[in-house]
Design a protein around this ligand. Sequence first.
Ligand code: OAD
Length: 238
Amino acid sequence: MDNFHLPSTYQNIVFFTGAGMSAESGVPTYRGRGGIWKDYRWEEYACESAFKENPELVLDFHELRRIEALKCKPHSGHFIIKDIQDKFPNSTIITQNIDGMHQRCGSHNVIELHGSLWRMRCESEGAIYEDYDRGKYSSRYCDCGNFRRPDIIWFGDMLNENIIQKANLAISACDLFISIGTSALVWPAAGYPQVAKKRGAFCIEINPEDTELSSLYDLKIRTKASLGLKNLFNTNWI
Ligand code: OAD
């Protein structure tokens, strides 16, 4: 890594981020040590049938995650990505994270594959409620009487077609694909590195640990997100 210099020719960059990107901000990951799914069975907290069975419990779980997320702040890695985006407007962030951390440090072109903790929706009316954290919505109910649910992808949910299309478009146009802090186990996100590779993009993985897709990457940086990004972009490139 010390001798690596990122060529300046790349223009269309995709940052593909997972829970490991937010870990240094203090947001827990899903798997591994301290992972959310160790303390909470997703079958009870993160799927449609759990919501039907016990909506208050599921909403409490997500409220707790909002409270925890608000205690955290974007770290230097988030700001490095934002700076790169400012210099290379064609760069896109595709994230599996629902905490809104990229947006909080001013990043744009953020595709949220798994939705956002900060949006709610009413299943029967299709209404979307934005900026949920700002206390605009004191009730958990929509005007129609149904519970609002977090506008996120739970286990067993279909991904949003528009979002998938946007992500596919960004990946099929990218010449540099940088995966940061994802175990790459959840589909279809887990297929994106392969798509980028086939498309001919230079593929970099930043993760302290090996993942199932590590062999696919042209460059593996085995450090935390912030240090990996700092090393990568503290070159002659910017
Ligand atoms: P995971 O929790 O599965 O994986 C987190 C990854 O981040 C692991 O590979 C860690 O090695 C790595 N990691 C930990 N700390 C890091 C750090 N400081 N810097 C860089 N990497 C670090 O999270 P995701 O891959 O994002 O979906 O999980 C994908 C999806 O599975 C989530 O969006 C969620 C989950 O179940 C839903 O809830 C639908």
